[in-house]
Design a protein around this ligand. Structure first.
Ligand SMILES: Nc1ncnc2c1ncn2[C@@H]1O[C@H](COP(=O)(O)OP(=O)(O)OP(=O)(O)O)[C@@H](O)[C@H]1O
Ligand SMILES: [Mg+2]
Length: 445
């Protein structure tokens, strides 16, 4: 019989988990604080520890470190109501097997345990693991998105992700799926803008044999394939009006028929939609059904463009560099401060996708270990140098040109230790003109 330690400061939670695990045939040990649990690891050698993070005496972060010191191979699953991106990265990188956001149903715990104890799952777990670490961000804007997403990831509420092209809507949808309890089942993706209209219905709902010319076999649609998992409808704004109606019906009744079919199929999928169109405007213009919009717009995640979250640029560059280095032999392993500054100031109209391309192209052309300014693509460099002086003009006060000239000549002279010949040369004027100006402004170097 497998032994499980459950560590949680909430007694009702302990009791509940204890009951469900006992019924599933595990031997359960309850601890309301981590240190008591720790003291019994050696004597009981549990097969798994399920632990909360926020606990008054010793928190889960400390406890995890001590546990791993006692037994580096100890299996630990964390459950918490306070998951965030940083914690997920921390725990997964520190040998936690799984990370479950509360609330979850007690049946779902069994799903997780089945996977934790299944040997064959190891390859699959590695993939799940990588996917959960694939999403990178450091900005408060994205963290707010993630916090919101994690709070609802185990519910069935539909999620709508909005944002410009390349901001990371799809990878955010992946993140939600792979952090939800549906991660052991399929995530099925449909790009509504890419399927031909006449095939779209069968693509989504499947068809029965003979339903239309060419339907030689019965075929499952994407909705059916996403049963128990997640259905990602990308560019939902491009779904045809008739399919909008059909989709609404599935969302309301959780049932549908295949094209040409009489049998009603029950379905259980979590819907995530994405769009780079402003769907509320599409509704106003009559292109998108209002009732469908209300239905899919329960939880909305707005992904801001990259130019509005510059603190994401550096972690993303490092992430893409690391990813790229794993695939190809490139020398570049970091970026210089100056080059980073240029990338941070760039507009990124193509958002993260454009940044990724730039990092990859630049990395493959750089011959040293550092990406320098001169390695950056010309168009980025040029965009920056269009007006390299903007930082001089950041004050609200407008200075008359005369005053600016006077101050600047003085500044240059001082910098060049009063050397008039060099000052004139640097300022691109003749010495004679410089003398005239010195007289005009009564500057006596
Ligand atoms: N936060 C992130 N962390 C890691 N990679 C990211 C992140 N955001 C975006 N990317 C990467 O940038 C590229 C574009 O992201 P994605 O395809 O998710 O954008 P999108 O918003 O769906 O774009 P589109 O509107 O064009 O479909 C992908 O290669 C993705 O892996
Ligand atoms: Mg996309």
């Amino acid at each position: 019989m497998k032994k499980i330690f459950v560590i949680d400061d909430s007694i009702p939670t302990l009791k509940l988990i204890h009951k469900i695990l006992k019924n599933s045939g595990y031997k359960v040990f309850e601890f309301s604080d981590a240190s008591t649990g720790l003291s019994q690891i050696k004597s009981e050698s549990p097969d798994l520890i399920i632990m909360d993070i926020e606990m008054p005496k010793m928190n889960g972060l400390e406890a995890l470190q001590l546990m791993k010191r006692i037994d580096p191979n100890l299996k630990v699953v964390i459950m918490t109501a306070y998951a965030d991106l940083e914690k997920i990265h921390y725990f997964l990188e520190n040998g936690v097997m799984d990370f479950i956001a509360k609330p979850f149903s007690l049946n779902e715990i069994n799903t997780v345990l089945a996977h934790v104890f299944s040997e064959e799952d190891e390859g699959a777990s590695q993939e799940l693991f990588d996917r959960r670490l694939n999403f990178v961000s450091n900005s408060p804007e994205i963290k707010a998105c993630i916090d919101k997403a994690l709070k609802v990831c185990n519910s069935d509420l539909p999620i709508l992700i909005l944002g410009e092209n390349g901001t990371g809507k799809e990878i955010l949808a992946d993140f939600i799926h792979y952090n939800s309890l549906r991660k052991y089942n399929n995530m099925i993706k449909v790009n509504c803008a890419a399927i031909p209209r006449d095939l779209a219905e069968s693509e989504l709902f499947g068809h029965e044999r003979g339903a239309f010319t060419g339907a030689v076999d019965t075929r499952q649609g994407k909705i059916e394939l996403s049963n128990k998992g997640t259905l990602f409808l990308d560019e939902i704004g491009d779904l045809s009006p008739s399919l909008q109606t059909k989709l609404l019906r599935v969302l309301e009744y959780k049932k549908y028929e295949r094209v040409g079919g009489k049998n009603t199929i029950e379905t259980d999928f979590r819907l995530i939609c994405a769009s780079n169109k402003k769907l509320d405007e599409e509704v106003k213009e009559g292109n998108f059904r209002q009732d469908l919009f209300y239905r899919i717009n329960t939880i909305t995640l707005q992904v801001p463009p990259l130019r509005e979250r510059k603190s994401d640029i550096e972690p993303l560059i490092n992430h893409f560099l690391n990813q790229y280095r794993k695939k190809f032999m490139v020398t570049a392993e970091k970026i210089s401060k100056e080059a980073l500054e240029i990338l941070e100031e760039y507009e990124w109209s193509g958002n993260v996708r454009e940044l990724k391309n730039v990092v990859e192209t630049t990395a493959s052309l750089t011959v040293t270990d550092t990406i320098n300014t001169s390695d950056l693509p010309r168009y980025i460099y040029d965009a920056k140098s269009k007006n390299p002086y903007t930082h001089l003009f950041e004050s609200d006060r407008i200075i008359p040109l005369d005053q600016l000239e006077e101050a600047y000549i003085e500044f240059t002279l001082e910098k060049l230790s009063g050397n008039k010949k060099r000052t004139a040369k640097m300022l691109g004027i003749s010495e004679k003109t410089l003398y005239n100006k010195l007289n005009k402004y009564h500057i006596n170097p």
